[in-house]
Structures are given as structure tokens and as C-alpha cells.
Design a protein around this ligand. Structure first.
Ligand code: EPZ
Length: 423
């Protein structure tokens, strides 16, 4: 298995292009199941998760062509399709559950494997299934698969109150409701930019949706959706991750395609920590203000709050801050597995339940480390960039799921980083 070698070597300077959002693209691709006509996505990120979604859609009968080195996903799904999403693919990636709503809306029935637990938490699907049940679906769990059937062959509009603003459940219900009979209202909907991106694409396909980006989304079902071409929104998590590189190492880096509105709460914390973020014509420019990083407290929340997907990377920054920072993880019950690895690099971190207390140290020291999740892995790269000596990060396949060309992007701004094969 490949690993990544990082050696801390001072300030970073230059530009990093930010890709299209993984989590937007993973929701946009299943939308192809809602139409007989082609759906083309541009600015798609080149990631293994996107390839897994491609495999899943192909297994259902969609034609998927990747062009321009994977940046364009041309999809088409006409005629009869298979409605069973197999465990062998679903288990690889939880976002596979996003085919449930579209399949049910198109065919009136679907069998989708439950994804199972994951490293960051149990991640049940009750909010998805309760919402679809309100729309007239009968759903039961047999042999590890959710068997869902729309009573009368077609979903019907409903008022659905989410107990929590789940991103995936909002996406599943949003897609299902576009072809349902009547009006669906989602209360306490997720407001993430990826939801707005999905709604924008669905509207381009002829869906009638209002209120995306707010807590109440209203969808008027239509008889059919048509084809469209849509550009995937910028990846705000990749953006935030690379904003932390000059914050941690010093220097000045411009993030091409970066937008403040995607990372507002994160920028507020960077400002408090002593990092300046400036809007430019091409994106965002980040540099450390004078002096050492200051400690800040962080609580993860649904958008527009501080994203859970940047918590690990922020912790890497705070390891060398002046003072003590408290990080509270409110979205997932087990998302601190980077903490013991950072501790191996000399950080001082205590974790109690969903709270991590980080006492800043002067310097981190390189060490062999590994992580069991994508964002935890990249936080170790960031920490390695600031550490004395060499850090070897194992289990690189996690990074391949969510960061395209991580080595190329960071070495482009002067980082000492390389991928080592088969060790
Ligand atoms: C999305 O996951 C993202 N994944 C995650 O990205 C992200 O961390 C998360 O949203 C929160 O922002 C994709 O978009 C593909 P949720 P999702 O449903 O949709 C609980 C990354 O690193 N819940 O908003 O699965 C759940 O257990 C990742 O790219 C239920 O209890 O997130 C969790 O505690 C990982 N029942 C919380 O809600 C449900 O039916 C938030 O989950 C659904 C969720």
C-alpha cells in the first residue's frame, strides 16, 4: 500500500486550484436516474469515490462516460433499469445510499443495501426512510437490504419534519420529491452549499424547487425531468484544508476558485487564530498574520456553522497554537481518531467523549502515522508540513477518496511531500 512522506520545510507560497466538490458530485450523479435524457456534470473531481459512484450507477443500468481526465461525467439512463444497489458497492461508500430516493421516484420500488457502520460513527438511515415513508413508501429491512415500495406505484408529496438537518436525507428526499405526485415540504432541511448545488441542477432538469439554502424546501412534483449540463460547485472542504497549509507553515497561498460564502464560519475562526483571508479576483489569499497562532474554541455544526469535515484539519493547526483550544464535535460521535496520531507527533490532546482539549506546543515532530478516515488523514499531512523531521502517512487510499493530486497541489506551493509506492 502506498504512503505519503512529508518533511516540514518552512513557508509555502503560490497558488492551489480547488476542485469541484466531492460531496456535491456524489449527490448530483444519482440525479441521472431521474431522467431518460443525458445529464452532464462539468468540474467533477477526479477521486476514487466518484469512480465508485460511477460503478454503482453502471450496475443499475446507467451509461456513464468520464471525459477530460474525469472532469466531465456524461451520464444517461434510458429504458428499463436495475433497482438493486448491491452490498459489494454500497459498503465501499456510504453516499451510495443516495440512489434510494431517485430509484424509488423513477421505478416505484428499490432495494438498496444498508451501508453499515463507518469509522466516524454509526450513521443510521432512519431520517431518510421515515421521510420516504411519509411520501407513501413502504420500507422494510431484509437480508441487510432496504426494500422500498411506493404504494400505488408512485410517491406522493408530504410535509416532512426532519429531527436533524441531515445532508444525505435532504438530498434523497429532494430528488424523490421532484417526480412525486403533489407538493413536498422539507422542514429543518440541511442548508449546505451541496444541497443548493443539487437543487440548481435539478431545476435545470425541469424540477420545481424553492427554498434550497434555507431550512424549508418546497418541491412541486412534475411528470418528467429532462437532460441538463451542470457545473459542480467548488469543494469547500478541499478549500478549507488548503487554506490551512499557509496558516500552519507560513507564507502566502492563493486558493483558485475559493469563495468566502462557502467557508464563512471557518474564516471567522481563522481570523481569531491570527490568519488573514483576503478575497482576490481569482479566489482567496491566505497568510498568517504576525506572531504565533492563537488558541480558539471550535464547535462543529451543520452549515452555516463550522463544518465537521474541517475539524481534524483545524486541530492540526491548533496543536502549535499559543494557549489551549477546545474542540467540540457535535455531528459525529467518533471523529477524533486523528487525536492519538497527532499526539504521536508531540501534540498535547485530551479527548473526553465529543470534546478534545488541545494544549498548544512549540513544535510537532515527524513520526509514522495512519488514520482511518479521509479528513483525519489529510490533517496528518498538514501536521507533517509543520513538524520537524519526516512524517510518513500510511493508508493513502483514504486520501484518494477525497483529495485529487494532493502531492502535486502541495508540492506546487513548495511543500516537501512525495508519494511512496507499495510500502
Ligand atoms: C454528509 O454525510 C457528507 N457526505 C459528510 O462528509 C459530512 O461529514 C456530513 O454530511 C455532515 O456534514 C456526503 O455528502 C457524501 P448527515 P451524511 O446525514 O449525509 C446522523 C466527508 O469527509 N443521521 O448530515 O451522511 C448521522 O449519524 C464526509 O466528506 C441520523 O441519525 O451526513 C450523523 O451523526 C464524511 N440518521 C448526523 O446525522 C439519518 O438518517 C449527520 O449526518 C441520517 C443521519
Amino acid at each position: 500500500m502506498d504512503s505519503i512522506l512529508v518533511r516540514g520545510n518552512g513557508p509555502l507560497n503560490g497558488q492551489i486550484p480547488i476542485a469541484g466538490a466531492k460531496n456535491a458530485c456524489l449527490a448530483l450523479m444519482p440525479a441521472t436516474l431521474l431522467s431518460d435524457e443525458p445529464l452532464t456534470l462539468t468540474n467533477a473531481p477526479r477521486l476514487s469515490d466518484i469512480r465508485t459512484m460511477t460503478q454503482l450507477l453502471q450496475s443499475l443500468g446507467a451509461e456513464v462516460t468520464s471525459m477530460q481526465d474525469g472532469q466531465v461525467q456524461a451520464m444517461s439512463c434510458h429504458g428499463s433499469i436495475n433497482t438493486r444497489a448491491e452490498y459489494d458497492i454500497v459498503r465501499k461508500m456510504r453516499a451510495s445510499n443516495l440512489v434510494l430516493g431517485p430509484l424509488l421516484a423513477r421505478e416505484g420500488h428499490a432495494e438498496v443495501s444498508l451501508p453499515g457502520g463507518c469509522a466516524i460513527g454509526a450513521r443510521p438511515m432512519d431520517i431518510h426512510t421515515d421521510g420516504l415513508a411519509k411520501m407513501g413508501a413502504e420500507i422494510d429491512l431484509r437480508d441487510g437490504y432496504l426494500h422500498a415500495k411506493a404504494v400505488g406505484g408512485k410517491l406522493k408529496g408530504a410535509v416532512i419534519d426532519f429531527p436533524f438537518a441531515s445532508v444525505g436525507a435532504t438530498e434523497n428526499i429532494l430528488m424523490a420529491a421532484t417526480l412525486a405526485r403533489g407538493t413536498t415540504v422539507i422542514n429543518n432541511a440541511a442548508r449546505e452549499p451541496e444541497i443548493v448545488d443539487l437543487a440548481t441542477c435539478l431545476r435545470a432538469m425541469g424540477a420545481q424547487i424553492e427554498g434550497d439554502g434555507t431550512s424549508t424546501i418546497t418541491i412541486q412534483g412534475v411528470d418528467r425531468l429532462h437532460g441538463a449540463t451542470h457545473r459542480v460547485v467548488t469543494d469547500r472542504i478541499e478549500l478549507g484544508t488548503y487554506m490551512l497549509a499557509p496558516a500552519i507553515c507560513g507564507g502566502e497561498v492563493e486558493l483558485l476558485g475559493g469563495r468566502i460564502d462557502l467557508v464563512g464560519a471557518f474564516c471567522e475562526k481563522l481570523d481569531a487564530a491570527g490568519i488573514s483571508v483576503e478575497e482576490t479576483e481569482k479566489g482567496l489569499k491566505v497568510q498568517r498574520k504576525n506572531g504565533r497562532i492563537r488558541a480558539v474554541d471550535v464547535t462543529t455544526e451543520p452549515f452555516p456553522g463550522f463544518p465537521t469535515d474541517l475539524q481534524a484539519q483545524m486541530m492540526a493547526l491548533l496543536c502549535t497554537a499559543e494557549g489551549t483550544s477546545v474542540l467540540e464535535e457535535k455531528i459525529f460521535e467518533n471523529r477524533f481518531m486523528h487525536a492519538p496520531e497527532l499526539t504521536r507527533m508531540g501534540a498535547s490532546i485530551e479527548v473526553h467523549g465529543g470534546t478534545a482539549t488541545v494544549k498548544g506546543v512549540d513544535k510537532l515532530k515527524g513520526a509514522p502515522v495512519m488514520a482511518t478516515d479521509l479528513r483525519a488523514s489529510v490533517s496528518l499531512i498538514l501536521a507533517g508540513l509543520a513538524a520537524e523531521g519526516e512524517t510518513r502517512i500510511a493508508r493513502v487510499y483514504h486520501l484518494d477518496r477525497g483529495y485529487e493530486h494532493v502531492v502535486r497541489k502541495l508540492s506546487g506551493v513548495g511543500a516537501n511531500i512525495e508519494r511512496v509506492q507499495g510500502e
